[in-house]
Design a protein. Structure first.
Length: 463
């Protein structure tokens, strides 16, 4: 099934077609509070919020989240922003802790065309600063949309190149998204927003070499923190370079030094939030098409009958997740090992957060099967597709093609699917209040829904 054509952005949203990237984005952000936004865009932002809360609550016992929360409490900052693991702090500190928490399970959403986990940093920044500056639910929802669109649009067509060169898109474009959301909440002028974006861009960081360690979720938290800092500095009169986001500008040339790939001129004519992807599995998104294919294989064969498997995957999937040897030594490492994920799916695991939890004691049978899997980069595959060819011990072959993995545009998660994911992650913490929390999130933007969210979190010992 093809995804619906995204609607045009309303003409009320600037800028003219000949505006520079920075000016175009800054104009969009500064006008977001009065822009005409379609209801399906608001609903997509609410689904991002539901996913963000679910993965954050589900990660409440994760070690990286605990460590960052403990370190932030030691700063002894006092503020109006909620720390999901308990206490209050200044907005930047809360954004760091909550943004890290939301990416700990690696179960959060991905804007594929920018290769960015967008909601983790952008909702963390939006909620923390929104609470502190007294923003209402509608303003927060609009600020998040501004942040999501900024991250997605700046990374559009460039995220893959950045990732291939060792940069984590969440640390690059997520930082710009958090800056945009914070700028919208502070109601910065277009000129102030342009300087905020320059300040956000110059803080770009996050390396793919950190994947499989605590540093990966930290990228999301730090992006949220730095976005708030950038907007607050701009509000106080701070000036930065304003040409960093242009084709051939400083951010592009820092990431792609040979200039073989360039930023595209920004065209704010499509809502990128409608092209977002949500994860049904708690592993790197690049593994998902192959996992779907493995689930298709076990419908017709038994894992013990497999002699060898060849997985034809998107070349970036092979680069990021297909070059690891031996059994993963931690659950975090397992999330980024496509052979292990395929083997786990073939053995009937759902690849939920529980399947990667500590203490890490993977079944040796998974390691044996993983060793029989060959990962082949295939330019015919996309981020969302994969092909698995299984050769059985009796010489027969079975092939499964997945053209669009579950959760991607064209095969999206419904609200019913999100409710199932939400229930699995949140019920262990909130029990009977889980359904009420989700209902409040689905109405977010209406007066009183933020206080309802806070109430249900508090009842579960969070916030």
């Amino acid at each position: 099934m093809m995804s619906p054509q995204p609607p045009q952005l309303p003409t009320a949203v600037p800028p003219p077609n000949d505006a520079s990237n920075g000016a175009a984005i800054a104009g969009f952000i500064s006008s977001i509070n009065t822009a005409a936004i379609p209801e399906n865009v608001f609903d997509a932002a609410r689904m991002c919020f539901a996913d963000w809360l679910a993965v954050a609550i589900g990660a409440r016992l994760e070690e990286p989240a605990r460590v960052v929360h403990q370190a932030m409490r030691a700063w002894c900052t006092d503020g109006a922003a909620t720390l999901l693991l308990g206490g209050r702090a200044t907005p930047a500190v809360a954004a760091l802790a909550n943004g890290t928490l939301a990416h700990c399970l690696d179960f959060d959403d991905t804007h594929v065309k920018s290769v960015t986990h967008t909601s983790a940093p952008v909702w963390a920044a939006t909620l923390a600063l929104g609470e502190a500056c007294g923003g209402n639910e509608q303003q927060m929802l609009r600020a998040f949309i501004a942040g999501f669109e900024t991250a997605a649009r700046t990374g559009l067509g460039f995220g893959e190149a950045a990732t291939a060169r060792g940069w984590h898109g969440t640390g690059v474009f997520g930082r710009l998204g958090a800056t945009a959301a914070a700028s919208a909440l502070l109601r910065l002028s277009a000129d102030q927003t342009l300087h905020a974006l320059g300040t956000g861009a110059t803080q770009t960081s996050g390396l793919t070499a950190s994947f499989g360690t605590m540093a990966k979720p930290f990228h999301a938290g730090k992006a949220a923190m730095d976005g708030i800092l950038a907007a607050q500095l701009a509000a106080a009169g701070f000036h930065a370079a304003t040409g960093l986001l242009e084709p051939g500008g400083g951010l592009q040339t820092a990431i792609v030094q040979d200039r073989s790939v360039a930023f595209q001129p920004v065209a704010l004519d499509r809502w990128q939030i409608l092209e977002n992807s949500f994860k049904p599995y708690a592993a790197c998104h690049l593994t998902h098409p192959a996992v779907d294919a493995a689930r298709g294989l076990i419908a017709v064969i038994r894992p013990q009958d497999i002699a060898a498997i060849t997985a034809h995957v998107f070349p970036l999937a092979e680069q990021i997740t297909g070059r690891r040897e031996g059994m993963p030594q931690t659950g975090l490492a397992g999330k980024f090992d496509i052979r292990y994920c395929i083997a786990a799916a073939l053995h009937g695991q759902t690849l939920s957060a529980r399947d990667f939890a500590d203490p890490w004691q993977p079944d040796p049978a998974l390691g044996k099967l993983a060793a029989a899997i060959t990962i082949t980069p295939d330019a015919r595959q996309s981020f969302a597709s994969a092909r698995l060819v299984a050769r059985l011990t009796d010489g027969r072959e079975h092939t499964v093609d997945v053209p669009v993995a579950k959760g991607h545009p064209g095969n999206p998660l419904s609200w019913a699917d999100m409710a199932e994911k939400f229930d699995g992650l949140v019920t262990p913490a909130l029990g009977k209040n889980t359904a009420s929390l989700l209902a409040a999130v689905r109405r977010f933007g209406e007066p009183g829904t933020l206080s309802a969210v806070r109430r249900y979190l508090t009842a579960g010992g969070l916030g």
